[in-house]
Design a protein around this ligand. Structure first.
Ligand SMILES: [Zn+2]
Length: 125
């Protein structure tokens, strides 16, 4: 399989395989830059994603505080466990959301198929 002609952020050749007749992978295709930007900002703005970023920031603050002795180790351990629980809940929420989006797209496809079938029937009937 041919490899993408793009260069990664590390300055190395991108090793993602591309289909016949294609030069770039999704991440490096100049023609899909706008699409990438739209998708990235959509994903970055989703609520679970923002929550995860916030929790990550708090966990790293917590780690810093423990290391400099600003927070008691026991308290930090409990806080860490609680934040972990929140992370799991957010991850589940993310999964449910993804599933719902997939379901909605499937329903769209199904109704498009139905419409096609109806048109076919009308055409030959
Ligand atoms: Zn690439």
């Amino acid at each position: 399989m041919a490899e993408c002609a793009g260069i990664t952020r590390d300055g190395e050749r991108c090793r993602v395989g591309v289909g016949p007749g294609e030069r770039w992978c999704y991440n490096h295709d100049p023609a899909r830059q706008d699409e990438r930007k739209r998708n990235a900002s959509k994903a970055g703005k989703s609520k679970p994603n923002r929550e995860l970023q916030g929790i990550k920031a708090r966990l790293s603050d917590l780690a810093d505080d423990v290391l400099v002795g600003r927070v008691d180790r026991g308290n930090a351990a409990v806080a860490g466990q609680l934040l972990n629980t929140v992370i799991r809940a957010v991850a589940v929420e993310l999964k449910v959301r993804e599933q719902m989006e997939l379901e909605a797209r499937l329903e769209e496809l199904e109704s498009a198929l139905e419409r096609q079938k109806d048109n076919g029937r009308r055409g030959y009937g």
